[in-house]
Design a protein around this ligand. Structure first.
Ligand code: HEM
Length: 118
């Protein structure tokens, strides 16, 4: 399930940048489609995350923190796209997105025990 989890968030990040690219080039219809697929991927990330949590024998605070920050990353991606479309400022959300993403990657890859290597 770790592989599926990693695959879903990597693809979501790719779709996120594609969506922003489509918005920049004014392709509103393409953006709508990619946005919908991206939202499906949000659900898949959360689903695979919960799946991993449910397979654990004990859940430490670090797992909870990792999961909450994961949800926050998703929230910030959505905010950046929606605010870009509305022509609003996104600087704060970009900052929050980058900081939470770095924290999540650090917790997931470095601090928490499960790994895709096994
Ligand atoms: C964009 C959002 C997310 C990113 C970038 C992300 C990233 C990661 C990374 C890098 C790992 C470690 C993989 C490894 O060690 O091989 C991981 C594991 C995990 N993730 Fe996520 N994740 C996200 C969202 C979520 C969400 C929403 C949940 C919970 C609902 C969640 C729950 C977990 C759990 C339980 C693990 C196992 C922790 C471990 O390594 O022991 N993640 N995630």
């Amino acid at each position: 399930m770790i592989h599926a989890h990693i695959t879903t968030w990597v693809l979501a990040l790719v779709l996120f940048f594609i969506a922003l690219g489509l918005h920049k080039s004014g392709k509103a219809r393409g953006l709508k489609v990619v946005q919908m697929i991206l939202r499906l991927f949000y659900l898949l990330i959360i689903g695979t995350g919960i799946w991993i949590l449910s397979s654990l024998n004990s859940i430490s605070m670090l797992y909870i923190l990792k999961s909450l920050l994961g949800v926050a990353v998703i929230g910030f991606m959505e905010m950046i796209i929606v605010r870009s479309v509305k022509g609003k400022k996104t600087t704060t959300f970009w900052l929050l997105f980058v900081v939470t993403l770095i924290l999540v990657l650090y917790l997931g890859f470095v601090r928490l025990p499960l790994t895709f290597m096994t």
